[in-house]
Each structure stands twice: as structure tokens, then as C-alpha cells.
Design a binder for this molecule. Structure first.
Ligand SMILES: [Zn+2]
Length: 161
């Protein structure tokens, strides 16, 4: 819990950082940011999700496999990429439970974010379904595609077995 200092007493909107104890300015204005990002170069990724497929790009020159898909290869700087479908299974590497949610996820209960290494090679960062106390790194997971509370489609990790 952040400890608020009184604006009347101190003259400034201050809070005490719970970890360091340092005084911090807590701006009185709230920012509401809505951004747009072009997905023109990775459209097949979204078309794939709609069909229940996890698509990504692989460099045709050096064979590097990316997830999420990339338009250009960071390794050899080639733009000659091909689309491939990933098998939607892998092994859980790490997870963390998010109790302090950003305002945009305030409608969610605490949720779990995890990283899994897909059998095809790349790592995937996604929300993890299930009780995080019963899930351990090394456990097999499957990537499932569904709709979030906000209505849009997204992939998530689901423990197997
Ligand atoms: Zn490459």
C-alpha cells in the first residue's frame, strides 16, 4: 500500500515508496492513453488466431524462428520471412501472479502471467489458466485461443494433465 502524504501539510502530492521509503511525486492528473499500432505486416498472425492457429514467421535466410512474428530478421537483417504454424504445446518455464493490476485490467481477479518454451523453439509470454499454486515450472502446457473479457481473441497457456 502506498502511503499518501497530505497535500495540505506538505504542499505537494507525495507518496512514500513502499520498497525504498523514498518520497515520490504522485501526479494528480490521470493519463488515459489509447494507442494504435499498425499490424499490416503481421496480419496473418491475427487471421491465424481467428482460425485457432498460432502462426509466426521464420527467416528463410538463416532459419531463425520468431514469436511473436517479426517482419524482419533481427539476426541476419533479412526481410525474406515465411509464415509457419507453431504446434501449440510447450513446457512452462516461469510464472508470476499479478495482484496489483493496471487500471485497464482492474475488472480481473489477480491473474498469472507465464513464459513457456514451445516445442517448436520460441518462447511465449501469456496469461496462464488455473491455480498458480498447483503449477510448477517444467509442467507441460498447451496454447489455447479464446476470447478475453474485453471481447477480443487472445492466446493463453493451459496446463496439461
Ligand atoms: Zn535471418
Amino acid at each position: 500500500m502506498e502511503q499518501k502524504k497530505s497535500i495540505e501539510e506538505f504542499g505537494f502530492p507525495l507518496v512514500v515508496d513502499e520498497k525504498s521509503g523514498a518520497l515520490q511525486w504522485l501526479d494528480v492528473r490521470e493519463l488515459n492513453i489509447r494507442y494504435t499500432i499498425s499490424i499490416e505486416n503481421i496480419k496473418p498472425f491475427y487471421e491465424g488466431l481467428r482460425q485457432g492457429k498460432l502462426l509466426t514467421t521464420r527467416c528463410k535466410k538463416c532459419n531463425e524462428l520468431y514469436f511473436p512474428p517479426q517482419k524482419d530478421c533481427y539476426k541476419c537483417f533479412s526481410s525474406d520471412m515465411e509464415w509457419i504454424e507453431l504446434k501449440r504445446e510447450g513446457t512452462l518455464e516461469t510464472l508470476t501472479v499479478i495482484f496489483v493490476r493496471p487500471p485497464s485490467f482492474s475488472m480481473y481477479d489477480p491473474y498469472t502471467v507465464a513464459v513457456a518454451k514451445l516445442d517448436d523453439g520460441p518462447k511465449i509470454l501469456a496469461w496462464l489458466k488455473g491455480d498458480p499454486r498447483k503449477i510448477r515450472p517444467g509442467q507441460r502446457v498447451r496454447v489455447e485461443i479464446g476470447r478475453r473479457k474485453e471481447g477480443y481473441m487472445m492466446y493463453e497457456l493451459v496446463p496439461l494433465g
